[in-house]
Ligand binder design. Structure first.
Ligand SMILES: NC(=O)c1ccc[n+]([C@@H]2O[C@H](COP(=O)([O-])OP(=O)(O)OC[C@H]3O[C@@H](n4cnc5c(N)ncnc54)[C@H](OP(=O)(O)O)[C@@H]3O)[C@@H](O)[C@H]2O)c1
Length: 277
């Protein structure tokens, strides 16, 4: 499927300074969209903006700084978008990481859970009034394809006390899938579609600051990684992708989520838990 040029579309990409987010931003910029990337380090954000502009030939790229582990920082971001009267055509939730500390943030949420799950919930719900009618939200998965056949684990307490780091990551990813379905139902009336997808192997910064084991995995993971993500551009902007609440595989085909784990009750429990995060 060829992606048509899409000037005048504005897309916000979390994690746009590296890996999946940057690959998504490059592909979206190449088809003419205006891109706002989110990062939490000014130098890395500036370098990513320059690289995306250079590789796409599109000057309409800028960065906003936001610590995505904090809901209050996302609320501040929302205010800045309101002040500048910015409305979005797509939101790509691509920030994430597996080597984060398992300690609570200043808001009491486990840091790893906050970045890998909380940020997706907060960005989607807090920025909801910034999304235009017909907008797309895309949540990045990957590890969930391993976790998806396991029962969905909703932590009892946001600091994730009592959970191991791998349980926190499993919960974050399986919850992201469940959340995709839950919010897809909630925002359908606003004509906003919310889907999740497996981006495939993308050249990544994941594990850069990690143990030798994580670095080895990163090395394996990196080959033969891509530096663009055409799938994102299609799912985010191609008018033919109108379904909502879908998990897409790397080829852009829908994958069935296991109904016995992804129940209506679990969706309600997760939304109630997330609202209190
Ligand atoms: N790479 C792949 O092939 C692949 C495949 C499937 C799924 N995934 C999933 O995609 C997600 C991202 O992975 P990646 O490979 O793109 O990793 P990455 O290259 O390390 O990128 C992580 C991104 O998250 C941002 N970030 C980290 N902490 C943040 C914070 N507190 N506030 C704001 N932004 C923050 C980073 O921003 P800074 O640059 O400012 O630190 C960076 O842009 C992960 O959940 C991963 O499991 C990746």
């Amino acid at each position: 499927m060829k992606q048509p040029k899409v000037e005048n579309k504005i897309v916000l990409v979390s994690g746009g300074t590296s890996g999946v987010g940057k690959a998504a931003a490059i592909s979206l910029a190449k088809v003419g969209a205006e891109i706002i990337i989110l990062g939490h380090d000014q130098k890395r954000a500036d370098a990513a903006v320059a690289e995306i502009q250079r590789r796409s030939g599109n000057p309409l790229i800028w960065a906003e700084l936001c610590d995505l582990t904090l809901r209050s920082a996302i609320q501040d971001l929302h205010q800045r978008l309101v002040d500048q009267n910015i409305r979005l055509d797509a939101l790509i939730n691509a920030a994430g990481g597996v080597t984060l500390p398992q300690v609570p943030t200043t808001e009491g949420v486990n840091t790893s859970y906050a970045l890998n799950y909380g940020a997706t919930y907060w960005l989607t719900t807090e920025l909801h009034d910034r999304l235009r009618k017909g907008a797309r939200v895309l949540n990045v998965l990957g590890l969930a394809l391993v976790a998806k056949n396991q029962p969905v684990l909703i932590p009892k307490d946001p600091s994730c006390t009592g959970l191991t780091s791998s349980q926190v990551i499993d919960a974050a990813f399986s919850n992201k899938m469940l959340l995709t379905q839950a919010l897809a139902g909630r925002y359908k009336r606003d004509n906003i579609t919310i889907n999740c997808f497996n981006p495939g192997l993308i050249r990544t910064g994941m594990g850069a600051d990690a143990s030798a084991m994580a670095k080895t995995l990163r090395g394996l993971y990196n080959v033969p990684a891509k530096t663009e993500s055409k799938l994102v551009a299609k799912l985010a902007l191609d008018p033919r992708y109108t379904q909502t609440g879908i998990l897409y595989n790397v080829w852009g085909h829908p994958v069935e989520m296991p109904a016995r784990h992804y129940t209506v009750q679990k969706r309600r429990d997760l939304l109630a838990f997330s609202a209190a995060l």
